[in-house]
Design a protein around this ligand. Structure first.
Ligand code: SAH
Length: 233
């Protein structure tokens, strides 16, 4: 099984790179690499490197780049998700991991009228996204940002297709799949998913007035993170 290692771009100089201490420890102690071994390193910004280890101990790994590629594991389609913060951080974190695996480009944490939690721990988010990137063999870490309000999100999206996942009591809203088929294959798309209590009617009205389309994922009421994962897939 290929194990990917991460290093930030500022540790890459010409055809040489080093791994940060936590990655070096993992390479040396857990995977038990030694001088002469080949490893794959990604930089989180689309860079992919096959590296021959030239020096290794529990604190550092230095290597020579034998091959470099760009955007390995990255889809051409740009999917962005505005995902409401959830009461249980574990559920939100779980979505971040699955979003990475499903090829999402960006997750914007949302604060909506019914959001109860207003913050996330940035270091934890970064750790989850980085680990997920390596695990699923991507070369780009999912972009994320500080939690934003809905209006702030709509302001940065511009004229991209925005689909609001919203459960409705009647059968009036279109199925996500039908809307996508009718839209052809847009190069970019933003999906919005609400918190446990859902979007308010006023929010849905504001979003549709701003050009977003309401879509359904079926007649069952899904947990927010299930809805987000299903919609991304
Ligand atoms: N308002 C509901 C539950 C919201 S479910 C209530 O409290 O009864 C949380 C979020 O998941 C919703 O805001 C929506 O974005 C998404 N979601 C859940 N089920 C859905 C479905 N069947 N179709 C579309 N979106 C759904």
């Amino acid at each position: 099984m290929t194990t990917y290692f991460y290093t930030p771009p500022d540790r890459i100089h010409g055809d040489r790179l080093t791994l940060p201490p936590d990655e070096a420890l993992h390479a040396f102690r857990v995977v038990r690499h030694r001088i002469g071994d080949e490893i794959v390193v990604v930089d989180g910004e689309g860079g992919w490197y096959r590296v021959v280890i030239e020096g290794i101990d529990a604190r550092q790994v230095a290597g020579r780049i034998a091959e470099r590629r760009k955007e390995v594991g990255e889809p051409a389609f740009r999917l962005r998700v505005g995902m409401a913060l959830l009461k249980q951080e574990k559920r939100f974190s779980n979505f971040l991991e699955k979003a990475t695996e499903l090829g999402v480009a960006e997750v914007i944490p949302l604060v909506t009228a019914r959001t109860e939690k207003q913050s996330i721990r940035p270091a934890r988010v970064e750790h989850i996204l980085q680990a997920a990137m390596k695990q699923c063999l991507r070369s780009r870490v999912v972009a994320t940002s500080e939690p934003r309000a809905l209006d702030a999100l709509m302001a940065i999206i511009g004229d991209e297709l925005v689909l609001v996942c919203h459960e409705s009591s009647d059968a009036s809203s279109d199925a996500l799949l039908d809307v996508l088929v009718r839209a052809g294959t847009p190069p970019a798309l933003t999906l919005l998913v609400g918190p446990e209590g859902g979007f308010t009617d006023a929010e849905v009205a504001r979003l549709t007035a701003a050009g977003a389309r309401v879509v359904s994922l079926g007649e069952r009421r899904l947990r927010a993170e299930t809805a987000a994962i299903a919609a991304c897939a």
